[in-house]
Design a protein around this ligand. Structure first.
Ligand SMILES: [Zn+2]
Ligand SMILES: [Zn+2]
Length: 279
């Protein structure tokens, strides 16, 4: 089967990531994902009164936009100053700042530009604009985050296959990269039994890899919102939510890694983690 594209849209990035992961069929993996929109914008309107301006601005907010902040402006005058080589450049700059709700009354040159000799002693001019604020409103909004992901078969390279096989054969933990924050965490050789309760120090709990069966991802203890001090200075296994879907995670082991597209650390991951831990 060839690669396929899936899409998801949600209010937050993590919700969108959970939605994407819930759509991946068993046996397939996310090969790459692209965040298409995670920003909003603003809508601006001018009217007779600030109330009218607000109503007009609201009409300009996209249907899927969520309003974050509303601002109104009353008439007034201000002066803006900027360095530029000529008046035309200064005007374009001032117009950009003014948008719909302000208008330029006049522009005055405050300092003459100097060309200099062979580029030495060159100096920009200074221009100032007298600007009139109109009765206006500005509404800031955010739009849902959209993710487009490519899914397909995940072929692990021979290095990873050997590492995983080695850890499994010798029954030793293996380092794996958190799929959310990219820090290196440790996975068990085999899953713990349902009647086993691990007791860990906080440091170990942070480094212990977690597996979310819904999202089929590996995340570190930190990303699963670990809480410290549940048993004096020790942490026992309890419910740790997945950073994306909020369902409980379990302590990760090699068979879990194989269900995910989590990578084993390379030289670059090691260097990044070292510099992170030196904070
Ligand atoms: Zn993490
Ligand atoms: Zn999850």
């Amino acid at each position: 089967m060839s690669d396929r594209i899936i899409e998801a849209e949600a209010k937050t990035l993590n919700q969108a990531k959970a939605l994407i992961r819930s759509q991946v069929p068993e046996g397939l993996f996310i090969l790459s994902e692209e965040i298409v929109s995670d920003v909003g914008g603003f809508a601006e309107a001018v009217a007779e009164t600030t109330e009218q301006a607000l109503l007009e601005a609201e009409k300009l907010v996209p249907k899927n936009g969520e309003i974050r902040l509303k601002e109104t402006f009353k008439p007034g005058e201000t002066e803006l100053t900027e360095e530029a080589d000529d008046e035309e450049t200064a005007r374009i700059y001032f117009q950009g700042i003014c948008g719909k709700s302000k208008e330029i009354i006049s522009i005055v040159r405050k300092r003459k530009p100097r060309k200099g000799f062979w580029g030495y002693g060159r100096q920009s001019g200074v221009f100032s604009a007298l600007v009139r604020q109109k009765t206006a409103a500005k509404i800031y909004y955010s739009v849902p985050t959209k993710i487009v992901a490519k899914i397909g078969h995940n072929i692990r390279n021979s290095f990873e296959q050997i590492e995983l096989g080695h850890a499994k054969m010798h029954d030793i933990p293996i380092s794996v990269v958190c799929e959310n924050c990219h820090s290196i965490c440790l996975a068990l050789p085999k899953p713990i039994g349902s009647n086993e309760i691990p007791v860990m120090t906080p440091e170990v709990a942070f480094r212990a890899a977690r597996f979310c069966p819904h999202c089929r991802i590996i995340i570190c203890g930190r990303c699963s919102g670990i809480s410290v001090g549940l048993l004096g200075s020790y942490v026992i296994k309890d419910e740790r939510p997945c950073v994306y879907c909020q369902h409980d995670t379990e302590l990760a082991a090699i068979p879990h890694i194989l269900k995910t597209s989590a990578r084993l650390p390379n030289q670059l991951d090691e260097t990044l983690n070292k510099s992170r831990n030196n904070y």
